[in-house]
Design a protein around this ligand. Structure first.
Ligand SMILES: [Zn+2]
Length: 187
């Protein structure tokens, strides 16, 4: 197999050329391992380039589709099982640390595999946190922990709630903005 590169539609494509004695015509395969162009034994390498140029849009479409699939598959049940424990250790430490500041009463801490939220606080004073928090910078973990702790006192997002958050996290507005950016790539 030959490793090759070509610019297609202004993007650099890395692909491989494979020769196959019985190939009658040019073939292309795109999967999670990459792009392979198969040529009949006697064909020149330029044949592969011409082929890719003609199919450029189709090629990128399939590469991007494969990439999307791969990204989505990161947060599987298995991934959750693997990281749940370390997420819990980290969160418990953070809650204990921050509750020295706040001194609220809480019941239990749960780690969950949630799709669209970082944390929640239940009316019976349980704190729930998303295991994906371990993927965030530590200052944002602090913000999420403080946010949920403050819901123990205010079960809403009132001005009083935010001033409570601000006692622990002065720049909580920046944190909210930064968190939104991470949501786009993680959720
Ligand atoms: Zn909230």
């Amino acid at each position: 197999m030959l490793d090759k590169q070509i610019y297609l539609e202004d993007r650099l494509l890395e692909y491989k050329i494979k020769y196959h004695a019985r190939a009658q015509r040019v073939r292309i395969s795109i999967n999670k391992h990459g792009v392979v162009v198969t040529l009949p034994t006697m064909a020149k390498e330029g044949v592969a380039e011409d082929f890719l140029k003609r199919q450029a849009l189709w090629v990128w479409h399939h590469i991007d589709k494969n990439k999307d699939k791969k990204d989505r598959q990161v947060f599987t049940a298995e991934h959750y099982k693997k990281h749940k424990g370390e997420a819990l250790d980290m969160i418990v430490k953070k809650v204990e640390e921050w509750n020295k500041v706040y001194n609220f009463n809480y019941n239990k801490i749960y780690i969950r595999n949630q799709k669209t939220r970082w944390g929640s606080c239940s009316s019976n004073k349980n704190l729930n946190f998303n295991y994906k928090l371990f993927l965030l910078p530590v200052e944002l973990v602090d913000y999420v922990v403080v946010h949920e702790l403050c819901h123990l006192k205010h079960m809403n997002h009132s001005t009083l709630f935010w001033s409570e958050v601000g006692k622990g996290i002065v720049n909580y507005k920046d944190c909210r903005r930064a968190l939104k950016k991470h949501e786009a790539s993680i959720f």
